[in-house]
Structures are given as C-alpha cells and as structure tokens.
Design a protein around this ligand. Sequence first.
Ligand SMILES: NC(=O)c1ccc[n+]([C@@H]2O[C@H](COP(=O)([O-])OP(=O)(O)OC[C@H]3O[C@@H](n4cnc5c(N)ncnc54)[C@H](O)[C@@H]3O)[C@@H](O)[C@H]2O)c1
Length: 280
Amino acid sequence: MAVIDTPIGVPIEPLVHSPARRAGGAPASRPGFDADVAILGLGHVGLSTALACHAAGSRVIGIDVSPTRLEAIRTGDLDLATGDHERLGGALGDEGFEISGDVAALPRAAAVIVCVPTPVHAYRAPDLQMLRGACAAVVDRAVPGQLLMLTSTTYVGCTADLLLGPLVRRGLVPGRDINITFSAERIDPGQESVTQGSVPRVVGGATPECLERAADILSRYATDVRRVPSLGSAEMTKLLENTFRAVNIAGVNELAGVCRTLDIAVTDVVEAVATRRVAP
Ligand SMILES: NC(=O)c1ccc[n+]([C@@H]2O[C@H](COP(=O)([O-])OP(=O)(O)OC[C@H]3O[C@@H](n4cnc5c(N)ncnc54)[C@H](O)[C@@H]3O)[C@@H](O)[C@H]2O)c1
C-alpha cells in the first residue's frame, strides 16, 4: 500500500474512502475524511452528542463496544429525552448516520469525540479503565488532520496523559498534525427542560490552533462556546462544577435532616429561598 508523506516525516497509510457525503446528501466538510465526526461511546452523553451533530448537518459515525447498546439504538428501545427520540428516528434512516462496534472506523472521521464513562470503583476511587482503553484506541488510529476531543469527566492532566503525550511519542505535532482538546459534557442529568445544546461548552486546547478547531466543531451544535487558556483549565472547570454541585447537595441533605427533627418540610424552605433572584 502507498504511504503519504507527512510534514513530520512519519509515513501514514492512506485512508480508503467511501464517497464523501454530508448528512442529507452534502459532502463531508473536510477533504480526506468521509465523515465529519466519530463519537466513541454511545451512552447517555455520546448518543445525544451524535444526534446533535447529525441534526446540525454533520456526517456522523457512532461507535460503542457494547452490542446490547448498539441493538437498543438500532431498535430505538432507549430511555431518551423526547427531542432525542425524534432525532434518532430521523437519523437511523439517513446515510449520514452510521453506528458501529468497530474502532477501525475512527480514521474516517475528521473529528473524534470521546464520551466513555468514568465511574468510581468499589473503593470510590475513579475507575479509568474504560477511558484508558478508549484513548488508546484513538491514539493508535489517529491520522494527521484529525481533531480529538475528550468530553468524559476526569482528573486534571488526563488529556495530556492519555492523548497528548502518546500522540507526541507517535511523532505527531499538536496544532500542526493533530488537534488535541478537552471539553467536558455539562448537561445536568434529569433536567428535561435544558437541552444539551443550550448548556455553554467550555473548551481548552493543547495549542491555540487546537482550541480554534474545537470551538468551530462545538459551535455547530452548542449555542455558547467558552474558550479557556489550557487543557488543564478546561478539566478543572468541570471538577469545580461537579464539586460545587456535590457540596450543595450534601449541604441540603444535612439541612433536610435538621428540618425533619424540627418538623419542618424542607421543600417549603427550599421553595421559599428560591424566591430570591439576582438583579439582571
Ligand atoms: N450522564 C450524564 O448526564 C453526564 C453529564 C455530564 C457528564 N457526564 C460524563 O460523560 C461521560 C459519559 O457518561 P455517560 O453517562 O454517557 O455514560 P454511559 O454509561 O451512559 O455510556 C457510556 C457508553 O460508552 C461505552 N463504552 C465504554 N467503553 C468504551 C470504549 N472503549 N469504546 C467505545 N465505547 C465504550 C459503553 O458501552 C456505554 O454505552 C462520563 O465521564 C460522565 O461522567 C455524564
């Protein structure tokens, strides 16, 4: 097979392309790729992201390691927000929306968005096994010109450890050959009234070029994109948000116990305090 000469002298095998088309019949927006976005991990966040990208006109490849999940997506037998159910109905019949269990499809996409779970294990320490596996698959198959974005909730330094470092060791130069970014998913679970696209996205990149490319992709389906100066600041933003929420939930749970002792309905108190509005 012929090889492509890259600016860094690392020979890369050319991609085998199927006809480039965009959802609805238009071509993929970046030459050399036959899909705009690949989403790795089609769970609650990943599937929603895939549907939002497709609805915004991108050609999408969704990839998940779970055959059960893929089957549920194919049959529409899922717990989804109403809007996503409608989008899925339209996407499943469209040639610009593929789903697959095979990471071999990754190099076909101009952008790869990683949406795999980051649970805690039995001792309540973060279990990064799935994230490590997903990032290793992305690193092994990364091709020049791609944008890679981590969206899973994780520790500060994770994007550098699992993407930036290994890609640099592969000989790819960030901002020139490959774009490496972090933008956590911030949707608040269970809030049907707030759509994914209406939650501001905070994004950091390994270089200014990476950041701009990520902001461009995100702005196709998010109405508000906020750039921060580094991968670490984007990762820390998500940690502060989750910590703030967890501390508040814990505080209100404590107060609920006190209210119970005093025979006060905590919901009355919460509704009363919510009457205070900050002046615009
Ligand atoms: N669920 C939410 O409301 C929410 C909100 C904000 C942030 N997040 C964060 O988003 C991330 C994803 O969460 P989720 O709720 O979508 O998880 P999920 O458990 O709903 O789904 C994750 C999917 O990833 C798949 N998967 C696991 N390893 C894989 C791999 N190596 N390659 C491909 N697919 C793989 C699983 O089969 C599963 O279908 C987490 O880090 C979570 O903390 C979630």
